[in-house]
Design a protein. Structure first.
Length: 368
């Protein structure tokens, strides 16, 4: 992962417009638009500053307080660093990245059991990230062991899917997962600085295969199809951008220009919609033909966090929750990885779970 000062500026460049140079191979998206396979970007100093100052599209600035917001901290949940989350009946399962286990919570957020420990054997984990409930089974992305472990709904071990052929740079890993109706498993990387960043699918022989165009982002399944939201395009250049104390020369990688809502296929990503300019998706779910998405927009003084409903055409519908800069303790933000994940699980419009891994917090939104 990039150093903190670089990471700040990388995320702050969310308003950059894409200007490609050289030749780019383009894929037909089926929507009358094209997505380039790679996006090499070269900016002059004046262009970089101009692009940097383009305002984001306004997101929801108010919402009706129709949910009870329950906040469960690490002391209550017993999580070292919560990552993926999924609700199964009356149980909530959360991946603990630091402690290499899966924690079971009750409906009040109390820890009632844990499964696994650090290791490579059956039922052991090395920094698990995503967890999901699919066809009455629980899948855990045991990314440190390059496998997906499969359990029944009571977390009894059943089998594993081992994948191979993909190794990233330090602190870069598969972070999200989704499964289509045919049982194909898709993995994604929420990162921009590694050239291997992409959405991948696992073949029957266990190989991981990148899907073009290369994006970093998050995944969700709906009605048997797998969808992605792009958080990063892979591109790079060194530019000077405005910083706290004048201009800072930084490595610009990803989060340039608009982000997209896409459908995943083995032969490519099909663009379905363009998200509001400046939308920074950290995770999303689709329920009843509506997208529920988390946007995390970093600023020098902290982060604006929103959970929004969007249409399948990418249009903002309403806000479920808004946490503005200053209302969340971001005092330690520069001492933590800025490209930290959020995870989301939407049971239905009345019951929504979210995980803020940076502050080791689980949110439960229950409609009043």
């Amino acid at each position: 992962m990039m150093k903190h000062s670089i990471g700040v500026l990388t995320i702050l460049t969310g308003g950059l417009l894409l200007s490609a140079c050289g030749n780019t191979k383009e894929e037909n998206t089926g929507t009358g638009r094209t997505l380039p396979e790679t996006i090499p970007v070269m900016y002059s100093e004046s262009e970089a500053e101009e692009f940097h100052n383009i305002p984001d599209d306004p997101l929801c600035d108010e919402y009706e307080e129709v949910y009870n917001v329950n906040i469960w901290d690490a002391e209550q949940t017993g999580n070292g660093r919560p990552y993926g989350i999924c609700a199964v009946g009356d149980a909530i399962y959360v991946c603990d990245f630091d402690e290499s286990c899966v924690v079971k919570l009750d409906k009040s957020g109390n820890r009632i059991a844990s499964y696994g420990e650090y290791g490579e054997g059956e039922g052991q984990f090395r920094n698990p990230t995503a967890i999901l409930h699919h066809d009455d089974l629980i899948y855990v992305l045991d990314q440190g062991n390059h496998r997906i472990q499969i359990y029944d709904e009571n977390m009894n071990y059943l089998r594993e899917v081992v994948y191979r052929g993909r190794s990233f740079s330090e602190n870069v890993y598969f972070q999200d997962m989704a499964i289509d109706a045919d049982g194909t498993i898709y993995l994604s990387v929420w990162e921009s600085s590694d050239i291997r960043t992409a959405v991948y699918y696992i073949s029957e022989d266990g190989s991981t295969n990148p899907i073009l165009p290369r994006i970093g982002g998050v995944l969700a399944e709906y009605d048997g199809d797998v969808y992605a939201m792009s958080a990063f395009w892979y591109y790079q250049d060194y530019v000077e951008l405005p910083g706290r104390d004048g201009k800072v020369k930084c490595f610009v990688a990803g989060r340039g220009g608009p982000c997209f809502f896409l459908e995943c296929r083995n032969d490519g990503l099909d663009q379905l919609a363009e998200l509001p300019f400046g939308y920074a998706p950290a995770d999303f779910c689709i329920v009843d033909n509506m997208i529920y998405a988390i946007s995390v927009r970093m600023k020098w003084e902290g982060a604006d966090v929103q959970i929004n409903r969007l249409s399948m055409q990418g249009e903002l519908d309403s806000a479920v929750y808004i946490c503005e800069t200053g209302k969340r303790d971001d005092s330690n933000i520069l001492n933590e990885p800025l490209e930290y994940p959020w995870y989301l699980d939407v049971v239905d419009d009345d019951h929504i779970y979210a995980v803020d891994s940076l502050w080791k917090t689980v949110y439960y939104f229950e409609k009043k």
